[in-house]
Design a protein around this ligand. Sequence first.
Ligand SMILES: NC(=O)c1ccc[n+]([C@@H]2O[C@H](COP(=O)([O-])OP(=O)(O)OC[C@H]3O[C@@H](n4cnc5c(N)ncnc54)[C@H](O)[C@@H]3O)[C@@H](O)[C@H]2O)c1
Length: 357
Amino acid sequence: MTMMNDNVVMRFSGKPVTYHFNGSLSGLAEVTDSTRTVIVTDRHLMEAHAAGFDGWRTIVLEPGEEHKVQSTVDGIIRRLIEWQVDRSFTLVGIGGGVVTDITGYTASVYMRGLRFGFVPSSLLAMVDASIGGKNGIDVGPYKNMVGVIRQPSFLLYDFDLLETLPDTEWSNGFAEIIKHACIRDLTAFRLLEHHDLESLRKKPDTLRSLIRRNALLKSRIVRRDEFEKGERRLLNFGHTLGHALETSYVLSHGQAVALGMVAACRISEGQTGFAHTTRVAKVLSQYGLPVEGSFDPDRIMSVLRMDKKRVSQAMNYILLERIGRGIVQPIPLDDLEARIRSLAAAGPALLPIETHP
Ligand SMILES: NC(=O)c1ccc[n+]([C@@H]2O[C@H](COP(=O)([O-])OP(=O)(O)OC[C@H]3O[C@@H](n4cnc5c(N)ncnc54)[C@H](O)[C@@H]3O)[C@@H](O)[C@H]2O)c1
């Protein structure tokens, strides 16, 4: 199928990455040589889009975060050796963030580096996980503990893949879209305010252009700060408390980040005079995300003290000055603890992980 090109090339430390925004899985052979490509995907994608993989050498992983580990990488590497894959090959990850992270990491270490590309298939992978060059795996309870920063050669967007994305995954993607809007994009925030999850899913053109806008917004932030010395840290908005909640309570990543964003808005009220927490919370609710939940502050503080953004006795926290303008501010740990304690009792109790069967 021939579609009008909508290709954008972004350079990261001089390396070009081509975004094919009007791509399609059936047109993959136009961006990578099928005789010298190995696809990595997961079983859900293979089951839902089997025809798209016809004629391609494909490694099919079991889906799920628990498989984003070294033993999965070892399995892929053994298969690459068996197939005599050399450095003239390209590895293509077709899937959500788990598949793209594993593929980018494996491609970066196999033979000290193969060319690789992604076909992101979840909303979250389209706007976030496949962008920016961070590729990693988990080690026990530690998420993304091992990895590299290395950019893909291309990203191919096939929006039709979203037709089979499970309902629960949509909110996870929207949490990151709302995050991008809060830190850098007032126009997108207004668009989100005027829609909700259901109405946007019924407007594919609006949704596509929102995804495209988000992908480019994250890319520009990363391009200006590839190795996270400054502006890229804004992308952690909602993620400091979010990660702590996600490791302790039964929450999806998007739900945890949503709670983290509301908390960051409340902390911003005291630090920057931010005055729009209610607006942010309303938008999160419109996209199926929670805005309050009570938690054990001692448990959360003990996780926060281990956060990579802690520097000595202060935490670099991502706050909002206004919608569309995020900033990084160090908050003394004692002050942060007081804020976290004041937020801990809001809403219904979150379910701790160990009580969940
Ligand atoms: N590298 C980065 O910068 C970065 C950024 C954010 C998140 N991540 C990582 O991304 C991962 C989360 O990504 P995710 O939310 O995409 O999760 P995921 O990859 O687990 O996908 C979610 C589920 O949806 C299924 N799925 C995906 N696309 C589908 C489709 N089109 N049709 C049917 N089923 C589909 C998957 O099989 C899986 O079961 C985490 O491991 C996280 O650490 C990485």
